[in-house]
Design a protein around this ligand. Structure first.
Ligand code: FBP
Length: 549
C-alpha cells in the first residue's frame, strides 16, 4: 500500500523542458562530429563518426507507431521509473499505437526473452517512485557470440524498432556493442542509452551528470549532517562514514561540500599522491590529535567506497587477486569450496607475489576475507562489501595507541562505523532526478523516432531551471577508449573520476584545514519534495561548480 508521501508523489508532474514539451514539432538535427581513435573505429565501423544530435523545433509531421523495448541495467538509481514513464508517455503521444515492453531482470531478460508489456496502468503505479522494481535490473554482461545472437533473435521476434538501455558505463558499453552488432546483421532495432548511476562517474562535456547522483548525494548528506549533530551533542564519538560510489569519489566530495566533515578522503587524490595506507592512517591520527588538543574527542570522517582500490599497494594487490580470481582460472572455484575463512586466505596468499602477500597479510582479517569475494560480471571488485570504514577504525586505533604509549596523544578515541549505501540508490527521486529522468525518457523516444542508433541521450544546461534544459544525443563511440579487462584489450566507456583540478575538489581543498579543526558542520536536512523551489529543486554543488565555470 502506498504511503501518504508516495501517493502525493504518484500525482506529482515533473517539470518538462520547454524544448521537449511539444513532441509533435520536435526535430532531431546533427550538430558537429568528434574524432574517434582508429582502434575504436575498427571495432565500431558502422556507428563511429556519427554526428552529435540536438533537439530543436521543426515542422509538425506524422509519426509511425514504434515498438520499443527498455531494460534497466546495473545498480538501482533514483529516477529509473521516470525514464520509463517519460519514454512511455512520449511514445504514446507521438503515436498512440506505439508499444513499450520491459525486459525483466536486466540484460539477462533480453537474452532470455523475459518481457512485460508496459501499460498506462502499470506506469501510473510507478511515477516518481524509487527503485527499479517495475521491471527489475541485473548485471549480466552480454558478451558471448551466443548472447549477441540470442539478443538479435529476440529483437526480431518482437519486431522492435528500438531498445533503450538504462545503465552506467559498463551497460552503455554493451549498448554500443549491441547497436553495432544489430546494424551488422541488418536487424532494424536501434539502440540508445540513458546515463544512469548514483556514482556520478558517467559524464563528459555533453553528459553533465548521470541520473540518481542528485538524490543519492542529498540522501547521504542528510545522514552525514545528522551524525554531525550527534557528534556535536554527545561529543564522544568519531563517526567513520563510508559512502557508496564504487570507483569515483563524486558522492563523497558532494557530501563533503554540503556538510563540511572534519576529514574527507578522496580516492583520486590518494592515487595521485601515491599515498600508502599507513600514510592515510597517519593523516587521520594527526587530525584526531590536533582536535584532542582543542578538547574535541569527536568528529566526522567521510570515506569513499572505492578508496581501497586507489591506495597504490592495495591496487597492485587487487590486480593480482583479480587475475587469481579470473573466471579463466580454477582458483575462484577452489576458494569457494574451502570451508574455513583462514584457509581461503592462506590459499590466496600463497598465490600472491611477495609484496602483495605482505600487503594482504597486513590488512585486518575481515578485509582479507572480503577481498576474496567474487567479482561481478564486469570484473569489478564488490567494494560495497569491503568494510573500509572498520578497517580504518582498527588501524587508526592501533596507531593512536602507539602515540599514547609515546605520550604524544592523551585524548579518548571511541568510534561509530556507518555505511551510507543502498538506501540512497532506491529512494524516491528528488525533484531534480524526477524531472531529469522524465526528460531523458522523452529524449530517448525522440531519438528512436528519428532512427538514431548507438547514442547516449543527453539533457543539458542542468543548472538552469528545468524549463530551460536542452536535449540531444552523443555518439556512444565518442565516449570510448580501450582498456585492459581480464587481461585483454576491450572497448569501454571511460569512467569520469573526480577532477583534481576542478572547481568541486578545489572548494574542498581550500576549506579542509578549517573544517578539520573547527566544527563548521552544515546540516542539509532530509531531501525535500515539496516546499520552496530554492530548496526542492536545487542542483548539486558539484554540478553548480562544474557547469557555472
Ligand atoms: P552502477 O555502477 O551499476 O550504477 O552501480 C552502482 C553501485 O550502487 C555502486 O555504487 C556500488 O558499489 C555497487 O553498485 C553495488 O553493487 P551491488 O548492487 O551489486 O551490490
Amino acid at each position: 500500500m502506498p504511503s501518504k508521501l508516495q501517493n502525493a508523489r504518484l500525482e506529482y508532474q515533473p517539470k518538462i523542458p520547454k524544448i521537449l514539451e511539444s513532441l509533435a514539432t520536435a526535430s532531431v538535427a546533427p550538430s558537429g562530429n568528434d574524432a574517434v581513435s582508429k582502434e575504436i573505429a575498427d571495432i565500431f565501423p558502422r556507428t563511429c563518426h556519427q554526428p552529435y544530435l540536438v533537439i530543436g523545433v521543426g515542422a509538425k509531421r506524422d509519426h509511425h507507431p514504434l515498438r520499443v523495448g527498455v531494460v534497466l541495467s546495473g545498480g538501482q538509481a533514483p529516477g529509473g521509473h521516470n525514464v520509463i514513464s517519460g519514454l512511455f508517455d512520449a511514445l504514446k503521444t507521438l503515436n498512440p499505437k506505439s508499444t513499450l515492453m520491459g525486459f525483466l531482470g536486466g540484460p539477462s531478460g533480453i537474452v532470455g526473452d523475459k518481457t512485460l508489456e508496459i501499460t498506462h496502468k502499470l506506469v501510473d503505479k510507478y511515477r516518481n517512485m524509487g527503485g527499479f522494481d517495475m521491471i527489475g535490473s541485473g548485471r549480466t554482461k552480454i558478451e558471448t557470440d551466443e548472447q549477441f545472437s540470442k539478443a538479435e533473435a529476440v529483437m526480431r521476434k518482437h519486431e522492435l524498432d528500438g531498445l533503450v538501455v538504462v545503465g552506467g558505463d559498463d551497460s552503455n558499453t554493451n549498448a554500443a556493442l549491441l547497436a553495432e552488432y544489430f546494424l551488422s546483421k541488418g536487424c532494424k532495432t536501434c539502440v540508445v542509452g540513458v546515463p544512469k548511476t548514483i556514482d556520478g562517474d558517467l559524464k563528459s562535456d555533453e553528459i553533465e551528470c548521470s541520473f540518481g547522483f542528485d538524490t543519492a548525494a542529498k540522501t547521504y548528506a542528510a545522514t552525514v549532517g545528522s551524525m554531525m549533530r550527534d557528534a556535536l551533542s554527545a561529543k564522544k564519538y568519531y563517526y567513520f562514514i563510508k559512502l557508496m560510489g564504487r570507483s569515483a569519489s563524486h558522492l563523497a566530495l558532494e557530501c563533503a561540500l554540503q556538510t563540511h566533515p572534519n576529514i574527507t578522503l578522496i580516492s583520486e587524490e590518494v592515487a595521485a599522491d601515491k599515498k600508502t595506507l599507513a600514510a592515510i592512517v597517519d593523516d587521520i591520527c594527526d587530525v584526531v590529535l590536533r582536535r584532542a588538543d582543542l578538547g574535541k574527542d569527536y568528529g566526522v570522517i567521510v570515506i569513499p567506497e572505492g578508496l581501497i582500490e586507489f591506495i597504490p599497494e592495495v591496487k597492485i594487490l587487487i590486480e593480482e587477486l583479480n587475475a587469481i580470481l579470473s573466471p579463466s582460472k580454477d582458483h575462484a572455484a577452489a576458494i569457494e569450496k574451502i570451508a574455513s575463512r583462514n584457509d581461503k586466505m592462506d590459499y590466496a596468499a600463497r598465490l600472491l607475489g611477495e609484496g602483495s602477500r605482505k600487503c594482504f597479510r597486513s590488512l585486518p582479517e575481515d578485509i582479507q576475507g572480503q577481498l576474496l569475494i567474487g567479482r561481478d560480471a564486469h570484473g569489478n571488485v564488490q567494494v560495497s562489501k569491503i568494510e573500509t570504514e572498520r578497517m580504518l577504525i582498527d588501524m587508526v586505533k592501533s596507531a593512536l595507541k602507539q602515540r599514547q604509549e609515546l605520550g604524544t596523544y592523551k585524548g579518548k578515541f571511541d568510534t561509530q562505523p556507518h555505511f551510507c549505501g543502498y538506501e540512497g540508490r532506491s529512494c524516491m527521486p528528488s525533484n531534480f532526478d524526477s524531472a531529469y529522468c522524465y526528460a531523458l525518457g522523452r529524449v530517448a523516444a525522440l531519438l528512436l523516432d528519428a532512427g538514431a542508433t548507438g547514442y547516449l541521450c543527453t539533457v543539458s544546461r542542468l543548472v538552469e531551471p528545468a524549463e530551460q534544459w536542452q536535449g540531444g544525443g552523443v555518439p556512444l563511440t565518442s565516449l570510448m577508449n580501450i582498456e585492459k579487462r581480464h587481461g585483454s584489450d576491450k572497448p569501454v566507456i571511460k569512467k569520469a573520476l573526480v577532477d583534481l583540478k576542478g572547481g568541486a575538489f578545489g572548494m574542498l581543498k581550500q576549506n579542509r584545514d578549517k573544517w578539520a579543526l573547527e566544527d563548521d558542520y552544515v546540516d542539509p536536512g532530509p531531501l525535500q519534495y515539496f516546499g520552496p523551489e530554492a530548496i526542492m529543486d536545487a542542483p548539486t554543488m558539484t554540478l553548480e561548480l562544474e557547469q557555472k565555470k
